[in-house]
Design a protein around this ligand. Sequence first.
Ligand SMILES: Cc1cc2nc3c(=O)[nH]c(=O)nc-3n(C[C@H](O)[C@H](O)[C@H](O)COP(=O)(O)O)c2cc1C
Length: 488
Amino acid sequence: MPFKDLRSYIKRLHQEGELQKISEEVQPVYEVGAIIRRSYDLRAPAPFFSNLRGFPDARIFGAPIGLSRDKNRTFARFAISMDMAPESSPMDIMEEYLRRIQKPIKPVIVKDGPCKENIVVGKEVDLQAFPSPVLHQGDGGPYIGTWHANITKDPDTGVRNWGMYRLMVHDQNTMGGLFLPAQNIGIHYYTKYEPRGRPMEFAIALGTEPVTPWVAGTRFPIDVSEADIIGGIRGEPLELIKCETVDLEVPAASEIVIEGFIPPHERKLEGPFGEYTGFMAADRAPRPVYHVTAITHRNRPILPATCMGVPVDDSAVSLSLTKAANILGELRQRGFPVRSVYCPPEAVSHWTVVSTKVPYPGYARHLAHAIWGTGWGRSGWYLVIVEEDIDITDMGQVLWAISTACHPKRGIVQVDNVPAHPLLPFLSPEEKAKHLGAYALFDCTWPREWPKEAMPVKASFDNIWPKEVQDKVLRNWQAYGYKDGCNE
Ligand SMILES: Cc1cc2nc3c(=O)[nH]c(=O)nc-3n(C[C@H](O)[C@H](O)[C@H](O)COP(=O)(O)O)c2cc1C
């Protein structure tokens, strides 16, 4: 059964040993962030803070889909969020995700829901009533939104976009945030609302059932409804409820909902912030301003929080898994004989690794350009293409492929002047300003134009010994005196 709300997900994490309840008093300024960050470093359970200094009526839930220490269930939290077995491998998760997004399910509108337990509108609105953490030293302010859905509407089509864009509290009723022009919200605001001199309505859903935030953080085409995708992944429609002051809908079981509008041409300084790349790379800069007209919330609301920085944090987990799955789905649809795609979370979704059959000479470059041409693959600044016998979830094997099959000159293909964004630490200040970067392909496939006898032969247990010798060695492994690893 899919989770109805964040509370039932938290309960399940607790049952699975994936939650650490913290009743010791903690400070929202720095201490909460430091604990979440250390939980990533140790791959410890997700911290749940119930005693926040100055905020007796609120809780914070950190590291919602962080990795687990147990090597047999590294992606347990993500798998549980999809109601899958905690032991599911990243490949199992990706295949299941691809199956479920094929069957989107439309949301239903309900008349009442937990998010309406408290309704505050107009002058009574106070963002500072919530324990927004100052996560990293050097952050521009407290961030209320780090793991949520940011909902806006295309003024021409009416299609809603659910994205995830950070939110810094400026004061009692305004917030600031970074949204890049190429993001769907950026297209709504910078190319539709602002040029027409119109304010853009928004709704922020914080503390929803667990699929919503990571789907919001996944790039879907602008005409695709993320609410339908979330329904498909859950196998059950999301229950939405109408907002109080804007013409938008939010998950009815949200912990906190913030409504309002972003006026055209208004800017206020926002940032800096510890970002998904593991650096604070974008400056404090003038950015659009969210004016809050209403806040509705559950009693004793739970604010979800991720503390982005050096990988692996929640953003690296979700961006990597969903991106790899979406690229794989698109390549299959287009008939490329790929076996699998993986974006190792340690590479913060900047690496795309692909294993594939190689049907013709020049194929790897053909495939590379197809991947960069997808919406998901365009932010894969590093692309590694390997033969299909490489296990691409094993970075040891990928490193071996790069070190042996990739020609140091001909195998590395660089493409200049491709779309990029200013958060990339490796870009020069000029490139950041122009939103221009570069791609690199590491082609680790054997050139099919080589004569057959020139093809290197893999010297592995399963490739270079006669089958009967392999079978005998496996059969007799314990007889040789070894204690484990037998008959695997
Ligand atoms: C934890 C997290 C925080 C993010 N913060 C931002 C942000 O502040 N600004 C931004 O432009 N993208 C941010 N992203 C990336 C977008 O959410 C992502 O690109 C998503 O596809 C945007 O939705 P859209 O495709 O509907 O535009 C974040 C992603 C995650 C997982």
